[in-house]
Design a protein around this ligand. Structure first.
Ligand SMILES: [Fe+2]
Ligand SMILES: [Fe+2]
Length: 252
């Protein structure tokens, strides 16, 4: 079967048909409407942005009893809804992350895995970590009086942004290597997401939660090293070049 890096019947690109591309160029110069005025477009976007409502809002606390009340009092002077929104976003991210790794398992099974590539066991381990991170965030959301099933605005935005990743992983035509590239992008965002969340909870004096999140970040660091290594191994394996000393996967 063809590989995506084989030469095939790709007819995109002007070089595929020089005569037609010259006609297209001439036609575009004759018939094209005035080029889009970037400034006008920006002005219109600014006008809409100033008038548009937000994509959503944070729901009121699900409960203000006992431990929740104590936690909220501990956050006095801080805007707790910023943290609840971010927790909602991370919950959505980790849930999607679990599903991405679940889909990656099928790619590993179907692929010819290069030396240094992922094993089923390694992918399952990361998938389980993501699922545990999801559960950790859910518990913290409850502890802070939020509803972990609510889609906060941040959760909504990240769900929209990650639809492309899910589409790539679920597409039967995509290769393991292509999917690993996506997983690297996701892990980079995952890693920064945890760092920012830790900064936020530390600032709000939620020390116990911060320490649990730091454990999650340590696991995310391991994910990043692993996935980077897999991407390197796949690329050097496909291209037939010798791995450089820092490959695969040694960049922390
Ligand atoms: Fe994660
Ligand atoms: Fe991760």
């Amino acid at each position: 079967m063809n590989k995506p890096t084989d030469i095939g019947k790709n007819r995109t690109g002007v070089a595929a048909s020089p005569i037609d591309s010259r006609r297209l160029e001439t036609g575009a110069q004759i018939d094209a409407p005035m080029p889009t005025d970037g400034y006008l477009l920006e002005t219109e976007r600014v006008r809409w942005a100033r008038e548009a409502p937000p994509v959503g809002t944070v729901p009121p606390p699900a409960s203000v009893k006992g431990v929740v009340k104590t936690a909220l009092e501990g956050m006095k002077g801080h805007k707790a809804t910023v943290l609840l929104d971010k927790l909602g976003e991370r919950i959505a991210f980790e849930r999607t992350g679990t599903r991405l790794y679940e889909a990656l398992l099928a790619k590993v099974e179907a692929a010819h895995v290069h030396v240094g590539g992922p094993t089923r066991g390694e992918v399952e381990k990361i998938r389980d970590d993501e699922r545990q991170h999801f559960a950790l965030l859910r518990d913290c959301m409850i502890q802070l009086g939020g509803d972990p099933t609510a889609m906060t605005p941040g959760a909504d935005v990240i769900a929209v942004a990650s639809t492309g990743w899910v589409q790539v992983l679920a597409d039967p035509r995509t290769t393991l290597t292509q999917c690993l590239d996506i997983m690297l992008t996701a892990e980079l965002a995952d890693n920064d997401g945890w760092s920012l969340l830790i900064e936020l909870v530390q600032g709000m004096k939620q020390d116990e939660i911060a320490s649990r999140f730091r454990t999650a970040l340590e696991e995310e660091d391991e994910h990043l090293v692993k996935v980077r290594g897999w991407v390197s191994a796949a690329l050097v394996g496909q291209a037939g070049v010798a791995p450089t000393p820092e490959q695969p996967g040694t960049r922390a």
